[in-house]
Design a protein around this ligand. Structure first.
Ligand code: NAD
Length: 280
């Protein structure tokens, strides 16, 4: 499943949608500290946003910024009318309560979908803002016409950013979902029962070819830096047994940024009253 090709198409669609809005949507990012990986993620997001015609504003606070500084900046961005979307890059430096910061973002602007209101809407089966990676996974499965209705879907990894939300999206599409994690017994047996297997653990090679059912659809979310380069959580040999598989890199990764842009336009539409946001 070619994430690059689909992401490119979605980004072009977003650019087209943006050109039809009364003004460019505003996306503000907040980066606290000097984490090198976060810096790269933020730069990539900004580049993609600009290419789509989104106004991206890069806010930075020093590593020793206090919780009050971060909460103050978030409040400022909540209050600015020209800002439609607020994204606080995680992880935050030690000593800053991430939950508190996540709760401080105005829900309608929370394009990451981490605020309890948006997470709750997903739980209720009435999704509003949903984290970008799970949205990208569903978009890929749809692009390749993967039948989810009644399918056995196994998700490995239960993070707030990937595992849990993707499990909910799959459930909403009538898959029978098993959510596995580091304490799951008989992980391999469960994986082997999957028509659709989503792996998001950050453990290179966790899923081997023998753990994949013949013809299954495999979504590899993992990004692991190894001596041989970047690899996923699924062994390369699994591709031969799988019917469809996402490559790493070039699968889920590019989709995440494309869906963030799409969510930013969604936030802009919520705020213009073109889409109903259930909290208004
Ligand atoms: P996380 O560390 O928050 O969660 C990892 C999950 O994997 C946990 O729920 C844990 O229980 C489970 N796990 C760990 N070891 C396991 C084992 N041996 N067996 C079964 N389950 C196990 O990670 P995350 O933020 O969800 O990210 C997971 C991976 O996906 C990472 O490699 C990350 O870099 C990648 N990721 C990629 C994208 C993308 O855009 N492609 C986005 C987010 C995360």
């Amino acid at each position: 499943m070619d994430g690059r090709a689909l992401a490119e198409r979605i980004r072009a669609e977003v650019a087209n949608e943006v050109s039809g809005l009364d003004r460019a949507p505003g996306l503000a990012t907040v980066l606290v500290g000097d984490d090198a990986a976060s810096d790269i993620y933020i730069r990539n997001k900004h580049k993609a946003a600009r290419e789509a015609g989104i106004d991206a504003l890069d806010h930075r606070l020093p590593q020793d910024a206090s919780e009050e500084d971060v909460l103050g900046l978030v409040q400022e961005l909540n209050d600015k009318d020209e800002i439609d979307a607020v994204l606080v890059q995680l992880p935050l430096p030690k000593g800053i309560d991430e939950n508190k910061v996540i709760r401080a973002v105005e829900p309608v602007k929370d394009v990451d979908g981490f605020h309890p209101f948006n997470a709750g809407q997903l739980y209720l089966g009435e999704p509003t803002h949903v984290p970008a990676t799970p949205l990208g996974i569903l978009a890929l499965l749809d692009e390749y016409d993967v039948d989810l209705d009644g399918a056995s879907a196994v998700v490995i990894g239960r993070s707030q950013i990937v595992g849990k939300p993707v499990a909910h999206l799959l459930l909403q599409r009538n898959a029978t979902v098993t959510l596995c994690h580091s304490r799951t017994r008989d992980l391999a047996d469960r994986a082997r029962g999957a028509d659709v297997l989503v792996v998001a653990t950050g453990r290179a090679g966790l899923v081997g070819a023998e753990d994949v059912k013949e013809g299954a659809t495999v979504v590899d979310v993992g990004i692991n830096r190894t001596e041989t380069g970047i690899v996923g959580d699924v062994d390369a040999a699994a591709a031969e047994r799988a019917g469809l598989v996402t490559p790493v890199p070039g699968g889920v990764g590019p989709m995440t940024i494309a869906m963030l842009l799409s969510s930013t336009v969604r936030a802009a539409r919520y705020r213009r009253g073109e889409l109903a946001y259930p909290l208004e």
